[in-house]
Design a protein around this ligand. Sequence first.
Ligand SMILES: NC(=O)C1=CN([C@@H]2O[C@H](COP(=O)(O)OP(=O)(O)OC[C@H]3O[C@@H](n4cnc5c(N)ncnc54)[C@H](OP(=O)(O)O)[C@@H]3O)[C@@H](O)[C@H]2O)C=CC1
Ligand SMILES: O=C(O)C(=O)CO
Length: 313
Amino acid sequence: MNILFYHPTFNSQTWVTGLTQRLPEAQVRVWQPGDHAPADYALVWQPPREMLADRSGLKGIFALGAGVDAILAQEQQAPGTLPAGVPLLRLEDTGMGQQMQEYVLAYVLRFFRRMDEYQLQQQQKQWQPLKPYRQESFPIGIMGAGVLGQQVAQVLVALGFTVRCWSRSPKQIEGVESFHGRDNLPAFLHGTRLLINLLPNTPETAGILDLALMKQLAPQAYLINAARGAHLKEGDLLTALDQGHLAAAALDVFADEPLARMHPFWSHPRVTVTPHIAAVTLPAQAMDQIAANIRAIEQGKTPAGMVDRDRGY
Ligand SMILES: NC(=O)C1=CN([C@@H]2O[C@H](COP(=O)(O)OP(=O)(O)OC[C@H]3O[C@@H](n4cnc5c(N)ncnc54)[C@H](OP(=O)(O)O)[C@@H]3O)[C@@H](O)[C@H]2O)C=CC1
Ligand SMILES: O=C(O)C(=O)CO
């Protein structure tokens, strides 16, 4: 069995060694331009078109992240990047769930306990207790109730928050009110005081975080965008903050990354910026899942993390 690896920034040796340990029967090699030798599987992030274009015999292409929007966009721009008919798989959880729980929780508590406002007050040397928020009047809405959204929901429920989620299909998550489909989006948004975005970036969800949506939230709502920058209309966020529809936003992802030095988000007093670190790929856990998936495919079983290319996630 031959496995190709390509990632523009990861330490290739870590992956070649780790995969060889997990799949001793496999020959694992780092793909280099000009390599057209046979392969059974490919592990990739931002692969050059040349890497996979003529490889319709691959048994699986593993994206080295949870979101596959970038690789599907590559295919749109340079057809053939992903050979037709080859299964595309993504990472499911592999330790990102816990990281996302930590990231979201940090901001939920920051906003719920009004730490962002105390920080601004400290800059003015202002000693001014603020009226505490109450959990019962602070409903939290999670857009996207998949692998990551569900884990975030569970940790917030465990802390006593009122949690609702929105997805394509209905969900049964203990303690969480489920809304699904476009028709129910207004009902989901109505009264939501803190909105967390964990949707995949697809043609249906791109630009979904716009002014019209923000106006449907409870007044002075909070936003945490930890999914993709393409979901957010950045100018609309600034308008919503100016007009008081939103109180503050925590953003991990941006339309253009890294965020340009002149971007207004950097210095906005109500916007917190992190450099796309909410949940990163953990090599050991990712390799465990990929190796298990390769074994499943070899045995004719269904692997985890199959992407529906038409749906976009
Ligand atoms: N900032 C960071 O560091 C990271 C960001 N991410 C981002 O998080 C995203 C989510 O990851 P993950 O939870 O694993 O993905 P999943 O595919 O497991 O979950 C996606 C969820 O979104 C819902 N959804 C998709 N399309 C729609 C739609 N049109 N309307 C309503 N709901 C929709 C799905 O509904 P249904 O369940 O009905 O299918 C599902 O509940 C990734 O795509 C990635 O972009 C991921 C990792 C790290
Ligand atoms: O895995 C993903 O999709 C990420 O965004 C990693 O940071």
